[in-house]
Design a protein around this ligand. Structure first.
Ligand code: VGL
Ligand code: ZN
Length: 341
């Protein structure tokens, strides 16, 4: 077949670009395969189009728009179409400071805005105006917004009062870190891990577990509950905490949320992760996103998260960057970046 015929049959480069932009790569691949016997019909990322381009004469590849296609795919992080979602991690009353000065004992006040959460993260309330800007933008584009909630039963493993300190014979104090725990899975298998022990927080159905009224809502957000103890075999007790919105630290061995399934179903390939707290649930969710979906663009914004411990947050951010996650300082920086479209 001469080159002119090839051009006519496939169509102009502009049409190809249009097909890429409308995510119609399957159609493009089919045509190329059927009409030209090309052996690499996969066009879902820049490398694959590069390989395809290599099978054609240079001028034909260029005139078909394949060269531009590669550039376009690379600009979009290797994906023909970006499907972004916002993940707001644990924006709950128990992780927030009081919004007004006043009484802090629930039984002494009927004004919830004077209440501080039991695990209040420093400066937590200041994230909401920034997260709300993201919420507006995602709502306007009809993009998925997930909100996760820590949702603990009274006997939850992460509550200090549920563990006796062998040295004192009394329950542990809250904010005790690196407490070695182990669990017998069966007669042959025992797993050991370190837990951080916290004050009682985010008890199912209580004010502390509710989402802060400072967060904007559109009624269409998808709710993810975690640390529920549901699904854990009764004989194992509430064995393992779930910081990540995907599930427990063993990647969902004991308790797994619907998040992985929902992301896969919706073809989400970019996740903007924000909320409370950077060093625990936000960081663990972001890292899990990359583990469960290695091609996912995972993006965080400093203004939209706060931490429990500065050292823990610095370490978590270093790990995240090392794994290829991107961290912007402000929503403005994010909005001006290639990750915002
Ligand atoms: C969290 C401590 C305990 C969090 C949850 O949301 O970061 N931190 N449970
Ligand atoms: Zn918790």
């Amino acid at each position: 077949m001469n080159q002119m015929n090839q051009m006519n049959q496939i169509g102009s480069g502009a049409k190809f670009i249009q097909a890429v932009r409308s995510n119609n790569l399957a159609e493009v691949a089919k045509k190329l395969t059927e009409q030209h016997g090309l052996r690499n019909p996969h066009l879902s990322n820049a490398n694959q189009v590069d390989a395809l381009t290599g099978q054609l004469p240079v001028d034909i590849a260029a005139s078909l728009g394949l060269t531009e296609m590669v550039a376009l795919l690379k600009r979009h992080g290797g994906h023909p179409k970006t499907v972004s979602a916002l993940m707001i991690v644990d924006p709950q009353n128990d992780f927030c400071e009081a919004r007004e000065p006043g009484l802090r004992k629930p039984h002494l006040t009927n004004n919830p805005s004077s209440l501080a959460g039991t695990l209040a993260v420093k400066d937590s309330n200041s994230i909401f105006p920034h997260i709300n800007r993201l919420h507006d933008s995602f709502t306007a584009k009809n993009q998925t917004i997930f909100i996760s909630q820590d949702w603990h039963p009274v006997n939850h493993v992460s509550f200090a009062r549920n563990h006796i300190d062998s040295k004192t014979g009394k329950p542990h104090n809250p904010f005790t870190f690196n407490v070695p725990l182990s669990a017998k899975l069966d007669s042959n298998t025992t797993i050991s891990f370190n837990e951080s022990l916290w004050p009682v927080h985010c008890l199912q159905g209580t004010w502390g577990a509710e989402i802060s009224p400072l967060l904007k809502r559109n009624g269409r957000e998808l709710s993810i509950k975690k640390g529920t103890g549901i699904g854990i075999e009764p004989h194992l007790g509430n064995l393992v905490d779930s910081y990540s919105a995907f599930g427990d630290r063993f990647h969902g061995l004991f308790e797994k949320s619907d998040l992985q399934k929902l992301i896969a179903e919706r073809g989400i390939n970019r996740l903007i992760v924000c909320g409370l707290a950077t060093d625990y649930c936000v960081g663990s969710t972001a890292i899990d996103a990359k583990i469960f979906f290695p091609d996912m663009d995972v993006v965080l914004i400093e203004d939209c998260m706060r931490h429990v411990n500065p050292e823990g947050a610095a370490a978590k951010k270093a790990t995240m960057r090392q794994k290829g996650l991107v961290i912007y300082n402000t929503v403005d920086e994010f909005m001006a970046s290639p990750h915002a479209n």
